[in-house]
Ligand binder design. Structure first.
Ligand code: UDP
Length: 355
């Protein structure tokens, strides 16, 4: 079986690490096409080298434009690559422009599409990711869902039957497999002098926060009022918006460059609290038993809010940010594991081989 996997953004490289390894174990001939959506070493190459993702057969180098420009340019070039590669399946992950372009290119060439992380919904059509998810799910052949909620969302849109497979969340597989490696290899906690420090780990990158100067100011204003050490690996988009919005960074904030996955896991495990707007980081907080505040109006990972592990807070003012963080330091949390058993990658590859 020949598979073309389309990747472009950091979380997709992370997710592919376990699925690509499983494909290699099962003798699948996989060709990776990198769209170039994320291109910096610390947003892309580090994940290929650290997590053994096979070297892409081509990097299209597309990024930096508007959503429409990027998606259109990717569509054109991906079509040419798929015609050349002639895969039996195209695999796409998540909800980025690379996901959408890959799914559309494959659909128009009548190549079966596997969507990993299908069925997630925020019900906010203002998010670029939501459009990408909905369209991708509706053109996909195989929908691999991480949760029961995702299955319900697909059913409500008329997507059900054999094409929907509950695989569990590949991010859980990744956290288990690389959690052990991180414990052995990461030295970031020592390097940053964080041993014994009650620090908060924060990540902010979602357009609804970075591209709204009011919200961005509220977030950094709230961080400043907390007077606690906050470690923030800074996403390139956030970095550029901080400059253009003339935001003053508070002294309790320790800004660092984006880190590799092994270091990120170590920071997450050692943090007292995680504050984020990232989808992946919300779940990783839960996997490591760390409470989390999500600075968004809604989340696709609703189970964690119901279980008390995640508190949703709209960053409409600095006070709202401070209040959400203070309330989350204590609280009752329910046990459970809504993300499967850590073998999502096996279920996915098995399913593709027997489709
Ligand atoms: N991540 C990382 N280094 C960082 C920040 C995040 O390895 O400096 C990882 C994080 O652990 C998670 C993934 O990147 O696995 C999340 O990616 P991102 O927040 O960019 O996207 P989202 O999950 O919101 O789609």
């Amino acid at each position: 079986m020949k598979v073309a996997t389309i990747l472009g953004a950091r979380p997709q490289l992370i997710k592919a690490s376990v699925v690509s390894a499983e494909m290699a174990r099962r003798g699948v001939d996989e060709a990776i096409i990198h769209t170039g959506q994320h291109f910096d070493d610390n947003m892309s190459s580090v994940f290929l080298s650290e997590m053994g993702v096979p070297e892409p057969v081509v990097n299209l180098g597309i990024g930096g434009g508007s959503h429409g420009q990027n998606t259109g340019r990717m569509l054109e070039q991906l079509e040419a690559e798929l015609v050349r590669l002639k895969p039996d399946w195209v695999v796409v992950y998540g909800d980025t422009d690379s996901t959408l372009a890959g799914a559309l290119a494959a659909a128009k060439l009548h190549i079966p599409i596997a969507h990993i992380e299908a069925g997630l919904r925020s019900f906010n059509r203002g998010m670029p990711e939501e459009i990408n998810r909905v369209v991708t799910d509706h053109v996909a052949t195989a929908l691999f869902t991480p949760t029961d909620t995702a299955i319900e969302c697909l059913r409500s849109e008329g997507l059900h039957g054999d094409r929907v497979v509950k695989s569990g969340d590949v991010m859980f597989d990744v956290a288990i497999q690389y959690g052990r490696v991180s414990d052995e290899q990461s030295t970031i906690v020592e390097k940053l002098d964080l041993e014994g420090v009650n620090f908060i780990l924060a990540t902010i990158h979602r357009a609804e926060n970075t591209d709204d100067p009011q919200r961005l100011k509220a977030i950094f204003g709230g961080f400043g009022e907390l007077q606690r050490c906050i470690v923030l690996p800074l996403h390139p988009r956030t970095k550029s918006r901080i400059t253009t919005s003339s935001i003053t960074l508070p002294p309790n904030l320790r800004i660092i460059d984006p880190v590799g996955y092994l270091d990120m896991l170590a920071l997450e495990k050692n943090a007292q609290l995680i504050v984020t707007d990232s989808g992946g980081v919300q779940k990783e907080a839960f996997f490591h038993g760390v409470p989390c505040v999500t600075l968004r109006d809604e989340t696709e990972w609703v189970e964690l809010v119901d279980m008390g592990w995640n508190r949703l807070a709209s960053p409409t003012s600095a006070d709202a940010v401070v209040e959400a963080i203070r309330q989350t330091d204590s609280g009752n949390r329910k046990d459970g594991q809504p993300y499967g058993t850590g073998n999502a990658s096996q279920i996915i590859v098995d399913s593709l081989l027997h489709w």
